[in-house]
Design a protein around this ligand. Structure first.
Ligand SMILES: Nc1ncnc2c1ncn2[C@@H]1O[C@H](COP(=O)(O)OP(=O)(O)OP(=O)(O)O)[C@@H](O)[C@H]1O
Ligand SMILES: [Mg+2]
Length: 315
C-alpha cells in the first residue's frame, strides 16, 4: 500500500516542486512505483514531468470534483518513470467550487483509496498557501516533507506551518507526521545559511534530513526541458543529492518500521480509511515543538555573509 507524502511550505519559491519531481524521479530510479500529484494550479510539477498542462483534459480538478477517478486521470510520464496526476489553471476554480461541497477537505484522500495498491509512494506537490487544496493534501497524507531555504524568514513561516499540521493531525488526520525538514538551495559559503541550518538542527534534531540539496543551476535548467534534474543531468551535484535523499527517505521509513529497506516495495503504510476526529501525539519531536521554534525565530543570526552570490554555471 502506498506511502503518501505532501511536499508543503506556504512560502513561495522555496523549492517544493523541484523536490517533488526530483524525489519522484529518484524513487522511480531505485525501483519504486510512484504517483506524483500536482495540487498547484500553476501546474509546474506537471510541466516539469514532461506533461503539457495545456493539453491534458482530465486533471486533479476532475478528481477533486468527483467527475473522474485517479485511474482515469493519471498519465504515465515514460521519460520520468512515474505516473502524473496533472494540474492546470482550472484547478484554481476548485478552491471556490469545493467550499459548498461536503467532505471538502477529504476529497483527495477518498479518491486515492482505489489506487493505493498501485504505488509504493504518492508524492503531492502543494501550492504556496495553506489553502483548501493544501488541506486536501494534508488530509490524504501520512507524512509531510518541508523544503526549507536556510534564511531568516523561512523560520518565521515554519511556525504557521507546524501549527496547521498540528491542527490537521488533531482534527482530520491522526496519521499525519512531519517526516522531515529538507534544507534546499543550500550554499555552505553563506554564513547566514550555516547559522540557520544549525538552528534547525538544534530545534528539530533528527527531523532535519541529513541530505542537503545544494543550489545547483542544472536543477533550475531541467524544467525547461520538461524533466527533473535527476533525469536531465544525473551527474550534476544537485541530482546526486536528490538520489541520496530518495535513499535516505526509504531507509528512514524502513528504520522507523524496524525493518530493512525493501528492494522495491516500501513497507506497508497505515490504511487510508477515514479517521475519527481525535487529538493525538505531537506531530513533531519534543525538541522541535512550535514553542521552541517560535523562540528560534526570535534568534536573529548575528550577521549575514557579505557575498551572497548564487553559484551559477556550476554542476
Ligand atoms: N536546488 C536548487 N538549485 C537551484 N535552483 C533551484 C533549486 N531548487 C529550486 N530551484 C529553482 O528555484 C525556483 C523555485 O523553485 P520551485 O518552483 O521548485 O519552488 P516552489 O516552492 O515549488 O515554488 P511555488 O511556491 O511557486 O510553487 C525555480 O526556478 C527552480 O528551478
Ligand atoms: Mg511549486
Amino acid at each position: 500500500m502506498a506511502q503518501i507524502f505532501c511536499i508543503t511550505n506556504q512560502k513561495g519559491g522555496v523549492g517544493k516542486t523541484t523536490v517533488t519531481v526530483n524525489l519522484a524521479a529518484g524513487l522511480a530510479k531505485v525501483g519504486q512505483r510512484v504517483l506524483m500529484i500536482d495540487l498547484d494550479p500553476q501546474g509546474n510539477a506537471t510541466m516539469g514531468s514532461g506533461i503539457d498542462k495545456r493539453e491534458i483534459e482530465t486533471t486533479v480538478y476532475d478528481v477533486l470534483l468527483e467527475s473522474a477517478s485517479v485511474a482515469d486521470a493519471r498519465i504515465r510520464s515514460e521519460k520520468c518513470g512515474y505516473d502524473v496526476l496533472g494540474a492546470n489553471r482550472e484547478l484554481a476554480g476548485a478552491e471556490i467550487e469545493m467550499v459548498a461541497l461536503d467532505r471538502r477537505e477529504r476529497r483527495l484522500r477518498t479518491a486515492l483509496v482505489s489506487v493505493a495498491n498501485d504505488y509504493d509512494y504518492v508524492l503531492i506537490d502543494c501550492p504556496p498557501s495553506l489553502s483548501l487544496l493544501t488541506l486536501n493534501g494534508l488530509c490524504a497524507a501520512h507524512g509531510v516533507i518541508v523544503p526549507m531555504q536556510c534564511e531568516y524568514f523561512a523560520l518565521e513561516g515554519l511556525t504557521d506551518l507546524v501549527n496547521t499540521i498540528k491542527q490537521v493531525h488533531a482534527n482530520l488526520n491522526k496519521n499525519l507526521q512531519i517526516v522531515g525538514l529538507l534544507r534546499v538551495m543550500f550554499d555552505p559559503r553563506i554564513t547566514l545559511q550555516q547559522q540557520v541550518s544549525e538552528q534547525l538542527k538544534a530545534h528539530f534534531g533528527d527531523k532535519v534530513f541529513d541530505t542537503m540539496i545544494p543550489r545547483n543551476v542544472r536543477l533550475a535548467e531541467a524544467p525547461s526541458y520538461g524533466l527533473p534534474g535527476v533525469i536531465f543531468d544525473p551527474a550534476a551535484k544537485g541530482s546526486q543529492a536528490f538520489v541520496a535523499f530518495a535513499n535516505e527517505m526509504v531507509a528512514r521509513l524502513a528504520a522507523k518500521k524496524g525493518g530493512r529497506a525493501p528492494a522495491r516495495s516500501a513497507q506497508p503504510a497505515a490504511p487510508l480509511a477515514p479517521v475519527p476526529d481525535a487529538a493525538g501525539p505531537e506531530v513533531v519531536s519534543s525538541s522541535g515543538d512550535a514553542a521552541l521554534l517560535a523562540a528560534g525565530t526570535r534568534t536573529r543570526p548575528a550577521e549575514a555573509e557579505p557575498s551572497e552570490k548564487e553559484v551559477q554555471g556550476e554542476r
